[in-house]
Ligand binder design. Structure first.
Ligand code: HEC
Ligand code: HEC
Length: 303
């Protein structure tokens, strides 16, 4: 090949390379000058989208490797272990507001993933710990990998569902200074009983209500844990009751028990009544709670 031929080929190649660049430039310029309709995507934008698409893909791979075991394949969370992420409140700013985060949704996600949550927000709700992922904080991932995870998570926004990941079931609470009506359950309890939610709604006793062994075991628990306040036969007049305001409930009162369906009764014993001396007893375990419930309901015979 002669030098001239080589030169010619080089020029042709150079020109060919210019064609796509020229097309991109023309397209972008075209929009500037009104030749391309404004809602047509310019090549630059298409590239940006493709780039974003790749980030989402990378994010999906990283998510599968690092996050699924705690947050679930579709960000649905693992009950009692780690919260759902595919949640409306996480993307529409409510969660940011709740935790007083000033930087907006994207930076909230980024910060949670990069820095993790060394202190658990609600150990009563979730037992896992959110690990630190960014190298800046001693984790294993680069800044662009964190960005890819954020891009991937933001993808859930469109189909995020209303999930109550952070506020626990409402616990019966007495407003301070509220007048105690003897023979009525805690203020607001009737409403809570009506709309009782998981894991309490519809709970049924594993034991028969006339099982003598269970009644005897229930009596032991009551005498040991409850009688000091509620009195030996549940009338609400135990030795510790005099000092209490509001007074312990009269569990031997038929009207009172009728207002307290079994599942709601179990709920009250398990969670206690905030704002009163009635403590939560769930640490005793479900079995003990059912036994003491059966024993106390036997006084009135209300099923
Ligand atoms: C070992 C379990 C575990 C792993 C692995 C894990 N997380 Fe978490 N994550 C949690 C827990 C628990 C929380 C709640 C932290 C708290 O107490 O505030 C959480 C919180 C979050 C939050 C904040 C949610 C909110 O409502 O405030 C985001 C976002 C998040 N994780 C994303 C991720 C991503 C992305 C990954 C993977 C790179 C990941 N997590 C890996 C357990 C985990
Ligand atoms: C330190 C005192 C104290 C002890 C111990 C105690 N309670 Fe209570 N309990 C109360 C008080 C006070 C109330 C009234 C709460 C209110 O006014 O809403 C109450 C209310 C109740 C109620 C009805 C909820 C309501 O709305 O009033 C039940 C059921 C109950 N207690 C069961 C038990 C059982 C079962 C135990 C033992 C495992 C127990 N309590 C131990 C103080 C106590």
């Amino acid at each position: 090949m002669s030098t001239q031929q080589k030169l010619l080929i080089a020029i042709i190649f150079a020109l060919l390379t210019c064609v796509p660049l020229g097309a991109i430039a023309l397209n972008d310029l075209g929009r500037v000058f009104g030749a391309v309709s404004p809602d047509e995507r310019t090549a630059m934008e298409q590239r940006a989208l493709a780039y974003q698409g790749r980030a989402i893909e990378t994010g999906a791979e990283l998510y599968a490797r690092h996050c699924i075991k705690c947050h679930g394949a579709r960000g649905e969370g693992v009950p009692q272990f780690a919260p759902a992420l595919s949640r409306k409140d996480l993307f529409d700013g409510r969660r940011a507001q709740e935790v007083r985060w000033n930087g907006g949704v994207e930076s909230l996600l980024k910060n949670a993933i990069a820095a993790g949550r060394p202190a658990q927000s609600r150990p009563d709700l979730y037992s896992a710990r959110m690990p630190t992922f960014s190298r800046d904080y001693g984790g294993a991932l680069s800044a662009s990998q964190i960005d890819a995870l954020v891009a991937f998570a933001l993808n859930w926004q469109a189909n995020a569902t209303e999930v109550n990941a952070w506020s626990a079931i409402p616990v019966p609470t007495r407003a301070p200074g509220a007048v105690t009506q003897p023979g009525t359950p805690a203020a607001g309890l009737a409403r809570i009983c009506q709309s009782l939610s998981a894991p309490y709604a519809g709970r049924k006793s594993p034991y028969k209500f006339d099982d003598k062994t269970i009644l005897a075991q229930g009596k032991q628990i009551f005498d040991d844990k409850c009688a000091a306040c509620h009195g030996a036969v549940g009338a609400g007049n135990g030795p510790a009751a005099a000092a209490l305001n509001p007074k312990p409930a009269n569990l031997a009162d038929k009207n009172f028990m009728q207002a307290l369906p079994v599942d709601c009764h179990f709920f009250v014993i398990a969670e206690g009544v905030r704002g009163t001396a009635m403590p939560p007893w769930k640490a005793l375990g479900d079995d003990a709670l059912w036994k003491v419930l059966i024993y106390t309901r036997a006084w009135t015979g209300v099923p």
